[in-house]
Design a protein around this ligand. Sequence first.
Ligand SMILES: Cc1ncc(C[n+]2csc(CCOP(=O)(O)OP(=O)(O)O)c2C)c(N)n1
Length: 396
Amino acid sequence: MEKGVTFHRFPFAPAPRDVREEYQRLLDEALGFKRVLDEDGEVVDEQLHPKLSPDELLELYTLMVRARVIDAWLLRLQRMGKVALHAPNKGQEATAVGVAKAMKPEDWLFPSYRELGAYIARGMSEEEILDRALNTKDDPLKGSDFAIYGNRKYNIVPAPVPVGNQIPHAVGAAMAAKILGDKIVTVTFFGDGSTSRGDFHAGLNFAGVFKSPVVFVIQNNQYAISVPVTRQTAAPTLAVKALAYGVPGKRIDGNDILVVYSVAKEAVERARNGGGPTLIETVTYRMGPHTTADDPSRYRNEEEVKAFERLDPLRRFKLYLDKQGVLTLREAEEIEKAWDSKVEEIIRRVLEKPGLPRDVFFHNVYSRMPWHLEEEYKEFEEQFEVAEELGLQLEE
Ligand SMILES: Cc1ncc(C[n+]2csc(CCOP(=O)(O)OP(=O)(O)O)c2C)c(N)n1
């Protein structure tokens, strides 16, 4: 038996594996760029093609259309003063829909604020999205200003306002599921800017070490408000960051729904079968402003936006469907128009719904109201009593 202190011994056991060959392959995926469809909707990678039925292809198209339509309406409703703030999704529908369709209903989604397509693909209706945006009596998040969208019915965790907070949440939930033996996967979306948060690195590290069943999706839409991705990192791609945590990173065309679906499906099933996490960088472009409070003309020019129109995920998929004989361009336009009218009708109805009760904020944080909130609540209600006595109408 050896005596004395042995922990100085070097090299430590076990010796590092020789991973150079494996990492060369991982590097190729993290530095590369995969797509199934080119800009004109031609198939350029048969191997990655998910080979879906015409009905499934049509469903993907319709989901993207629905995301685009509700997005445009939310923007209009904000301009009309009905919605407080909206973060436009235009241009990013393929990533949101493609990833969500690769998940199972029992999986959990930890989104950011630019994934309307994912909510719809998981079953959320336009009416439910509008109940939230317009804070009607049916708003599932009861008017909370600290979360964007979320809905327990569809296993969608409310998106937090601080960017990237959802990353460790998704990892924690995945770790818990693994411990409990639940065969579920968690998927989290976030932007390129969020990769600069500590939460991104902590999340990836834990997931790598514990082989958590989680899929990280970076929507690299080129900007974090006005900061271009070139100022966000000195790394050559965002996907390559995963490799330092022992997690595979894949870089794909985020505006090509077929590659998004294929790669996400493989990652989700790998996670479900004990293979551990994957990070996917979907290269895309935010066609609209960051939010309704942003003016993108201050930091990018029109030519750039125009150039990206050619990569528009709906345009490319429509061209592909036309070539495949699944849907003509005219039929595609009819689907778009029909959803636009349908959503307009829903909006008219939702605008008629009563709002949330005025005291809703006091009732949804604690199971039992603490004393200081009880005091505040009393004062709040007293304001209305005084106003009534004075014959004044307080805005609720
Ligand atoms: C922790 C934190 N810091 C700053 C902000 C302000 N903020 C809101 S959105 C945003 C940009 C995020 O960019 P990115 O992660 O790339 O997502 P994108 O908006 O492009 O989808 C910032 C800095 C915030 N919400 N949270």
